[in-house]
Design a protein around this ligand. Structure first.
Ligand SMILES: [Fe+2]
Ligand SMILES: [Fe+2]
Length: 279
């Protein structure tokens, strides 16, 4: 496939993604959550701290978008995907922020202070290459899906009146994002199998979740995040292996990565590593 043929294939995939999103996945922060149910509810502090943490990670959206658009310049399908993806991601931090505010867990002033502290730091993309960032995107979106699915179950067990629905809607978006990136990886594999496999191996070994260590009070958040239940083995069995399976690959298809880049599969995914050390 030439560069142009690849871009045309990306564009077709984007149209499919966008059509499906418009038909089946649109939701409204203000009308699709029954916020009135929060009245008289005393939110669980652990769930609140997690919601605040994820809200913070989602707030680096301008940095994520900038990186995406810079790398995808001249690529119509990928750039339009980024614009649409940015709209969807913008709702994620907003809906979590609304939960924190409407539940009374955080005041408006606290939320503005938090936004200032979060946005005072800048997220830098871990890879300077579109194909690696696509692989990173597939992993990161699927990991986020798994984290939100677990939060949903946790919020359910605590009887939170709105958080399970919040996490259901957000997790459904994350899954759709991951599946789009997966289709991009398939196209890359068809175009340059050896190079794409090398990038897959490299990103798997160096993957970290974005931005978590940029957040204020990182150490406290790590403590609470242990309850999210994402450890290295969950990362391997619920993210890495399903992703490889969807691509028709096993770990044995991946080439070895030079020693300085390699730790072991999977790479150290930020908070996930800390969660893992809790057992
Ligand atoms: Fe998100
Ligand atoms: Fe996402």
């Amino acid at each position: 496939m030439t560069g142009r043929a690849l871009r045309e294939a990306f564009h077709r995939e984007y149209l499919t993604f966008f059509e499906q999103a418009e038909r089946t996945r649109r939701w409204n922060v203000f009308t699709d959550i029954d916020w009135g149910r929060l009245a008289g509810h005393d939110p669980d502090p652990g769930l609140v701290l997690c919601a605040e943490t994820f809200c913070g990670v989602e707030m680096y959206l301008p940095d994520y978008l900038r990186a995406h658009l810079d790398l995808m310049r001249g690529d119509y399908g990928r750039a339009w995907f980024a614009a649409n993806w940015g709209y969807e991601e913008a709702k994620h931090s907003l809906v979590l922020r609304e939960y924190l505010r409407r539940s009374g867990a955080r005041s408006e002033t606290q939320l503005h202070d938090y936004a200032d502290a979060v946005l005072a730091r800048r997220w830098e993309p871990p890879y300077g290459d579109g194909r690696r960032m696509t692989i990173y995107g597939a992993l990161q979106e699927l990991t986020t899906f798994v984290i939100y699915r677990k939060q949903r179950g946790w919020a359910d067990r605590h009887g939170d009146p709105v958080l399970p629905e919040v996490y259901r809607l957000v997790a459904r978006d994350e899954m759709a994002h991951s599946r789009f990136y997966l289709r991009m990886i398939r196209l890359h594999l068809a175009e340059d199998r050896a190079g794409t496999l090398a990038d897959l191996a490299y990103v798997l070994r160096t993957f970290r979740m974005p931005a978590e260590d940029l957040l204020p009070d990182y150490d406290t958040r790590v403590e609470v995040m242990r309850a999210a239940g994402i450890d290295r083995s969950v990362f391997l069995t619920e993210v890495v292996l399903p992703l490889l399976r969807e691509l028709g690959l096993t770990r044995h298809d991946l080439p070895r990565v030079p020693a300085q880049a390699a730790t072991e599969i999977p790479g150290p995914p930020g908070l996930l590593t800390a969660a893992g050390s809790a057992g």
